[in-house]
Design a protein around this ligand. Structure first.
Ligand code: NAD
Length: 246
């Protein structure tokens, strides 16, 4: 058990909510961050040791305020989980600049802004950053020009953070989930994509939110104290197959 504090973005549902619950089980306190106020209010019900903050991670001022509020509430930040994300699949010619920017703002600007704002607090605790990218950031495909590019950039952002912030004792790692049946995925995965994933993934199934949360928890924890700058695919073996994304 620990008495540490984590900030988890996109915590109102899906992988972020599962991560919050696992951290709480292991004794962490959690600042639950989400821009969906009603979903966040519902997620907070019945959870002890949490503080919810309605915040859009792509808004620099809101992010500064969110980190300040977390510090007022809990006094320290030991881990930052940059999990908030959006998906938008489409061919290059049909991806308007507005759609491209919407994806980049949450998926890439968000993790940059959150790390920047949290760095003084993370220096004080020699804390950990875990960025949630995707196997879509490791492999190119049709339909994922915005989403895949944003996630590939998150992987590089992780390496930058690990190299630059290591001298302060801050670790930065990245989890690349394979497919998980969350609201985000089910909005963009056609039946064709679902069937193709089942065939292609060596474990022949989608992952669960809890399985991704376990990888995140490990990288947040002291058990990963000499691990930084790593990209961990939690994907049922998909990356090992070398085949293209469906
Ligand atoms: P989800 O849609 O279930 O949850 C995402 C949460 O992020 C939502 O509560 C949403 O309100 C919040 N959010 C979105 N934009 C935000 C913003 N700008 N500011 C604050 N909160 C915001 O999705 P999920 O599947 O749990 O996704 C979590 C992360 O995992 C994302 O980064 C996603 O890209 C990544 N991922 C998911 C899958 C998958 O198959 N589900 C695969 C690979 C990677």
């Amino acid at each position: 058990m620990t008495s540490k504090t984590a900030v988890v973005t996109g915590a109102a549902r899906g992988i972020g909510l599962a991560t919050t619950k696992l951290l709480l089980e292991r004794g962490w306190k959690v600042a639950m961050i989400d821009r969906d106020g009603p979903a966040l209010a519902e997620a907070l019900q019945g959870l002890d040791g949490v503080h919810g903050i309605d915040c859009d991670v792509s808004d620099p001022e809101a992010v500064e305020g969110m980190i300040a509020e977390t510090l007022r509430e809990f006094g320290q930040i030991d881990a930052l989980v940059n999990n908030a994300g959006v998906a938008d699949f489409g061919p290059i010619e049909e991806t308007s600049f507005a759609r491209w920017k919407t994806v980049m703002e949450t998926n890439l600007d968000g993790p940059f802004l959150c790390v920047q704002a949290a760095t003084p607090a993370l220096k004080a605790t020699k804390g950990a950053v875990v960025n949630i990218a995707s196997i879509s950031g490791l492999r190119a495909s049709t339909l994922r020009v915005a989403y895949g590019t944003s996630k590939a950039a998150v992987i590089q952002l992780t390496l930058q953070q690990a190299v630059e912030l290591g001298e302060h004792g801050i670790r930065a790692n990245c989890v690349c989930p394979g497919p998980v049946r969350t609201k985000l995925a089910m909005a963009v995965h056609s039946q064709e994509i679902i069937d193709a994933y089942h065939d292609a993934i060596p474990l022949n199934r989608y992952g669960s939110e809890q399985e991704i949360a376990e990888a995140i928890l490990f990288l947040c924890s002291e058990r990963a104290s000499f691990i930084t700058g790593q990209v961990l695919a939690a994907d049922g073996g998909f990356e090992a197959t070398g085949i293209g994304l469906p």
